[in-house]
Design a protein around this ligand. Sequence first.
Ligand code: UDX
Length: 428
Amino acid sequence: MKIAIAGTGYVGLVTGICLAEIGHEVVCIDKNQTKIELLKSGMPPFYENGLEGLLKKNHNIQFTSDFKTAYKEAEIIFIAVETPENVDGSANLTYVYEVSKEIINNLQHDCTVVLKSTVPVGTSDEIEEFMKKNIHNNINVEVLSNPEFLSQGTAIKDTMEASRIIIGANSTEAANILKQVYEPFNRPFVVTSRTSAEMIKYASNDFLALKISFINDIANLCELVGADIEDVTKGMSFDERIGAKFLRAGVGYGGSCFPKDTKSLHWLSKDRGYELKTVRAAIEVNELQKTRLIQKAKKQFVSFDGIRVTVLGLTFKPGTDDLREAPSINNIDILLNEGAIVTVYDPVGMENVKKMYSNKITYAQTPESALQDSEVCFIFTEWEQIKQISPSQFKKNMKTPNVYDGRNCYRISDMIDAGVNYISIGRP
Ligand code: UDX
C-alpha cells in the first residue's frame, strides 16, 4: 500500500520504517528540511537501537517536505506529529490540526486518515468532523485511531512484535483497511470505537506511571521502617497478578510520554468534573521523587557550594539520547544553583546535554575520569556502562567516596566492602 506519514519523530519514523520493512511504500513527511536531508542520507535524527541500519538498507521508504504530492498519492495517511503539553497540562493539538488542514487541501481521492499521535479522548471524532466540514469536493475521509505503545530503546521490536494493535474505527470496513496494513506483523488486533482506542492509550501509560509511583512511595516507606525495596519487589513479583515489570524504584519516571500523558488525562478528568485522584497522586509522588536523592544528600552536605560533584547517567532511561523530563536535569539545575562544580558522564546523551549547559559543567569521556577527585557522585540512569564501574573504582578515584545511587545499581554489601559511603533508594 502507498502510505504517507506526517511527522518524523519517534512514532512517525519508527512506524514508517517498520511498515516499509513489511513491504509497504512509505513516504515520511516533515517540514524541517535539515531533518529530511539527514534522513535521506540514512541518518536518524535521534539515537534508537537498530534504526540507522534499517534506514540505510530499506528502499521502500522515502523522505520529503513536499506534503502536497505525498498526500495526493497516498492511500493511507498516518498523523504522527507532536502533541506538546500546554501550561495547564492539557494537550496542544495545533500540529494535528495543521496537518489535517494540509491533508484536506491536497487530497484528490477517498482516503483513510490514521491518528497515531497521542491525542485527548474525543479528538479522532473532532478531526473527522473538521475534515468532512472543510473538504472542498466530494472526497470521503475516514479517520481511525491507532495509538502506539513503543518504548524508546526498543522501539523497532515493540512495533514489529507489538503486544497488541489497537484499531479505533467507526465501521468494520474502515477497521479492515488498517488490519490489512498490519497483517504481516501477525499480532493480535483489538478493534474498538475511536474513543475507547484513545482511552486505551492513556489508561495504559497512566497505569504504568501509577505502578512506578506506587513502588517509589513504598520504597520511601521502606527506608523509614528498615525494609529493602529490592527484596520487597522481588517478593511481590512472584504473584502473577502483580508481575515484575515497572516495579523498579528510583528517581521517578521521565521521558516524553508518562509525564505528559498523566497530566493530560488528569486535566481531562477535571475538565469533565470527575477528578482522577489516583493519577493526581502518581504525578505528585513523581515530582517529589525526582529530587528525593538530592534531599538526602543535603543532610550530609548542607550546601553544595564549591563541592565537586559527579553526575553519572543523564538520559531519562538507558538506550536513548533523550533528556526530556529526565530527573538528572532537575538535579543538575539544583546543584548549579547552589554553586557545585559539576562533571557529567553519559554513554549516549552527552551531545544533547552540551546543548543545554555548554560550559557551565564539565563533560567526561569515561565514568572513571568523571569520578576523579570528586566529593560526591549521583547516579540517575542505570546504563550498563555505569553499572559496570567496580565499587573499588569509586573509592580509588573519588576524593571522598560518597555515592548517591538513584537507580539501585549496586549491591549494598559490595559498596560497603569497598569502603564507599553508599546511599540508594528504599534500602537500609
Ligand atoms: C513509555 C511506555 O512504556 C510506552 O508503552 C509508551 O508508548 C511511551 O511511554 P518510554 O517513555 O519510552 O515508554 O519508556 P519506559 O521504559 O516506559 O520508561 C519511562 C520512565 O519510567 C523512565 O524514566 C524509566 O526510568 C521509568 N521507570 C520505568 C521506572 O522508574 N521504573 C520502572 O520500573 C520502569
